[in-house]
Design a protein around this ligand. Structure first.
Ligand code: URA
Length: 223
């Protein structure tokens, strides 16, 4: 007999199905004429899908219940908690979708990572992680994967705090081809869920065609 679908191994790197409704949302998000308000509303819909997909990486077991018709139903229940770790500031916009989507034990951590202007090396400025994080599946929340510098620093921080590399799922809206290659090559156990992969990076390390500065558009801080 075939194994049930939920027990089949998942791809380590997955891109959401490029169906019509996702492509419509991505077109709104990428359009420079979209207002900040419509941008954030479309982003939230995409992030819900990303989080739902990322949660497929949480281990589960078969679980049988009785329905109101006194019939039995065999489904699944998750066997681990989840910790969402946002890379500030943009990653914080993904937290609410995780709160709304996940039904089990949930905690949050925050990382503030910035590039040192002299050395260009990504540096941690603030880190607050829950004690339970080593036992959880960690969703690392970062909407834009450009060069990979911040994500590398974030994954190093998490593993340095005892989180196994293969318990981390990077959740992002748009990745650059280069960022994806760099990060997946550096961390072979890391899982990645993305809504789109763009081929180019500009000289200023913006993803192209991209969507511009994610944080400025989401938080309405464009000049
Ligand atoms: N961060 C952004 O907000 N946009 C990019 O294109 C790359 C990194």
């Amino acid at each position: 007999m075939d194994s049930p679908a939920w027990t089949t191994p998942l791809d380590r790197i997955s891109v959401l199905e490029q169906d019509r409704s996702l492509l419509n949302l991505m077109t709104i998000i990428r359009d420079q004429t979209t207002s900040d308000r419509d941008f954030s509303s479309a982003v939230e819909k995409v992030v819900r899908r990303l989080i739902a997909s990322a949660l497929n990486h949480v281990p589960a077991e078969e679980h049988t219940i009785t329905t109101p018709l006194n019939a039995t139903y065999t489904g699944v229940r998750f066997t681990k908690g989840v910790c969402g770790v946002s890379i500030l500031r943009a990653g914080a916009c993904m937290e609410q979708a995780l709160r709304d989507t996940w039904t089990g034990p949930l905690s949050f951590g925050k990382l503030l990572i910035q590039r040192d202007e002299e050395t260009s090396i990504a540096k941690i400025y603030y880190s607050k992680l829950p004690a339970s994080i080593t036992k959880d599946v960690v969703l690392l929340l970062e909407p834009m994967l450009a060069t990979g510098g911040s994500v590398i620093k974030a994954v190093e921080t998490l593993t340095g705090n005892g989180v196994p590399e293969d318990s981390i799922v990077l959740v992002n809206v748009v990745s650059s081809r280069k960022g994806l290659d760099v990060v997946s090559g550096r961390f072979p156990g890391l899982k990645i869920v993305s809504a789109a992969v763009d081929m180019e990076l500009t000289a200023q390390n913006y993803i192209s065609p991209g969507l511009g500065d994610f944080g400025d558009r989401y938080y309405g801080t464009c000049a």
